[in-house]
Ligand binder design. Structure first.
Ligand SMILES: [Fe+2]
Length: 323
């Protein structure tokens, strides 16, 4: 079925102005705006669409409050889209819109769509890391004043049951399991995607408690952009959800921010790319499997940031030693 990208994600929100401020500060470019709708883009052409929560153009919500209402996956070709339409129309309603995108609901009611991918390949500039015996850069390193997310790479949902979702995405639509939390969480990538995961489905502790959106992730050009973007968001007053830190599953550095559109928005860097020899692993669902290390609340934990916020002068090391 050759799902390769996440082309677009639609949110239903209560405050369009706040959504506009969040995604602008996060680093997406505003590409369209009217009274009822905002359209933001990342560098590869993937989109975030924001509408009012009660906009009839959106699929039905899966939870109360603001949140994701539809995920549009990009396929390699129109033939893949036709094959998916034929498969899923066996047991659910499928609507095709004027531009060839098909829309449906997944087994748990999450709005999904498929189209021939419109994402453009993007290439990050080489940051030139210096390593012992390997000089990658002979000038100063880059510092980012803000982020410009390159690609939209994955979404995460809390689900009350994983089995119907696995049957739908893996057995019927050709997604692959890259890794899992034993019986409770599945990291899925599209059949033609090399990203570690495009979709993460988690039933925390196997308790089957809730259905809801958790977060949407974007890949950054380098680790410095994760930190620069995170610092910019912090200065703009957006609270950290978690991070910065590093995930053992998918190996990436992360920094999540609470999003007024619902859930979190994640800056990532250095996520695993799945090759031919990739062997899926099962992890226990533990805090250690979630984060090798992380800060709970970003730069608010940093003495430097606290100093800047309170107007204190940061003492030079020599002063601290003498006091
Ligand atoms: Fe994530």
């Amino acid at each position: 079925m050759n799902v390769a990208t996440i082309d677009a994600v639609s949110y239903g929100v209560t405050d369009l102005a706040e959504a506009r401020r969040f995604w602008s500060d996060f680093g997406l470019s505003l590409q369209g705006e009217d009274r009822d709708r905002l359209l933001f883009g990342s560098l590869d052409g993937s989109h975030v669409e924001v509408r009012h929560r009660d906009d009839p153009a959106l699929p039905p919500p899966i939870e109360s409050g603001p949140g994701v209402r539809e995920v549009i996956f990009g396929c390699r070709s129109p033939a893949d889209v036709a094959a998916i339409a034929a498969e899923i129309s066996r047991d659910r309603e499928v609507r095709e819109d004027g531009d060839g995108t098909i829309h449906a609901l997944d087994p748990l009611g999450i709005g999904i769509g498929f189209r021939a991918s419109r994402c453009k390949p993007v290439v990050a500039p080489d940051p030139g890391f210096n390593m012992p015996g390997r000089v990658g850069r002979r000038d100063r390193a880059r510092f980012y004043a803000a982020a410009h997310p390159m690609e939209m790479t994955h979404l995460a949902f809390m689900v009350p049951r994983t089995e119907p979702e696995l049957d739908f995405y893996v057995r019927r639509l050709g997604f692959k399991v890259s890794d899992s939390y034993r019986g409770t969480g599945y990291f899925l990538r599209g059949g033609a995607s090399v990203n570690h995961h495009n979709l993460f489905l988690l039933d925390p502790g196997g308790k089957g408690e809730r259905l809801g959106f958790h977060h949407l992730a974007f890949e950054m050009a380098d680790i410095h952009e994760v930190f620069g973007g995170g610092l910019h968001m912090t200065r703009k007053g957006w609270p950290t959800m978690l991070g910065p830190g590093r995930h053992p599953v998918s190996s990436c550095y992360f920094w999540y921010f609470l999003n007024p559109c619902g859930g979190g928005a994640e800056y990532d860097f250095d996520s695993d790319i799945v090759g031919e020899s990739w062997v899926p692993r099962e992890f226990e669902q533990t805090p250690e499997a979630f984060a090798e290390w992380c800060l709970q609340s970003g730069m608010e934990e940093s003495l430097l940031y606290r100093g800047v916020q309170t107007g204190d002068t940061i003492s030079p090391k020599a002063d601290r030693q003498s006091s």
